[in-house]
Write a protein that binds this ligand. Structure first.
Ligand SMILES: Nc1nc2c(ncn2[C@@H]2O[C@H](COP(=O)(O)OP(=O)(O)O)[C@@H](O)[C@H]2O)c(=O)[nH]1
Ligand SMILES: [Mg+2]
Length: 340
């Protein structure tokens, strides 16, 4: 899963990226490539399972954050206003400036709206260009994918009404539109980058419930030792780190859930979309497990914790055999039986 930081210039994307990744600011020449950090998804359940099974290896789910460089804007091409890297992301994290920092009083609502317009405009241009190309090809007698054309028309109408495509689940998730990387179709997490002394979420004038992060403080926190950090966070009234909160919001926006595999070799968390069937979940572990899926033995994390052991879970009748049509829930522990 790849989350891309985006938003207007100087909203604090790079500051947040450094806080998330625990890296130090490297001053100097402008970056040409996106900064990228592969980070473990903090999950207390993994820690508890690891304590119980004492495995050789403990592996958290992972998530990639990218901080693309600001593109050089070409006057004649509005598509260059947004970094090309956003197209390949699974979700967008929009950072809205809500601090002064010598940049002038924050205008969070206006900035948020302006950025939303950029996303819509970028998508409208992409969609119109594709439709024009299809119309030309059709005139030349080349057969077109009319289903794709109809989807693009539907998208165009929404965009012209300034409605982000993510509001239409069928359009947003359609395989025929996937290759375009339409930005307003992607799940969006909004971060308010607040001033150091301000814990209040700004009203952004729409239904986006921003995650409040004070990026500059979070950056300092990331540099502290664990015990110092806990103390400092309590003082500042920060319950969970930026990474924790951002990942939670990202999982919710992308409708992701975690399931686990356990054993003496490894305790591990995996990520799937909500609604995934057992074979699809097995496929995240290995394609052989999906291809040769027979069934999965399923325990629920909460049951395991309450009962204390796998044996006790079985005895309590809480152990399940799940077939190919089993919908995986968050917190399930799977053991996949397969044959290839
Ligand atoms: N006071 C304050 N300044 C910040 C904060 N976050 C970023 N800045 C400053 O705002 C400027 C732009 O930040 P940067 O992370 O480079 O923004 P980007 O263009 O979105 O990557 C820099 O001078 C930062 O030091 C913050 O939370 N508080
Ligand atoms: Mg930056």
């Amino acid at each position: 899963m790849k989350l891309a930081l985006c938003g207007l210039p100087s909203s604090g994307k790079s500051t947040l990226f450094l806080a998330l990744s625990g890296r130090k600011l490297s001053q100097g020449k402008a970056r040409e490539e996106a900064s990228q950090a592969l980070l473990p998804v903090p999950d207390a359940r993994v820690d508890r399972l690891s304590a119980m099974y004492q495995p050789k290896k403990t592996t958290y789910a992972q998530i990639t954050f990218i901080d693309p460089p600001q593109p050089l804007i070409k006057a004649d091409d509005p598509l260059t206003k947004l970094p090309a890297e956003l197209r390949g992301a699974d979700a967008l994290v929009e950072v809205v400036r809500n601090f002064d920092g010598g940049l002038g009083a924050p205008q969070a609502v206006a900035d948020h709206q302006a950025f939303a317009q950029e996303l819509l405009l970028s998508d409208l241009i992409t969609v119109e260009r594709r439709l024009e190309r299809m119309a030309q090809d059709r005139q030349r007698g080349r057969k077109q994918d009319e289903e794709e054309a109809a989807l693009l028309e539907r998208a165009k109408q929404m965009l012209e009404q300034e409605t982000p495509l993510r509001g239409d689940a069928e359009l947003a998730g359609h395989v025929k539109l996937k290759g375009f990387g339409l930005l307003s179709a992607k799940p969006l997490v909004v971060v308010a980058n607040n001033a150091e002394d301000d814990p209040t979420p700004p009203d952004l004038g729409d239904d986006s419930a921003p995650v409040v992060i004070r990026a500059s403080i979070e950056g300092e926190l990331a540099e502290l030792a664990d015990d110092e950090r806990a103390e400092f966070m309590a003082e500042l009234g920060i319950g969970q780190s930026a990474l924790d909160r951002l990942i939670q919001a990202g999982y919710a926006a992308m409708e992701l859930i975690s399931f686990f595999t356990v054993g003496q070799d490894e305790v591990r968390a995996w990520t799937v979309r909500r609604g995934a069937l057992a074979p699809q979940a097995a496929g995240v572990i290995h394609s052989d497990l999906e291809r040769g899926f027979i069934r999965a033995e399923v325990m629920v994390y909460d049951d395991l914790l309450a009962q204390g052991s796998e044996a006790a879970v079985k005895k309590a009748g809480l152990f399940k055999l799940a077939g190919k049509d089993h919908v995986v829930s968050d917190g399930e522990i799977l053991h996949v039986r397969f044959s290839v």
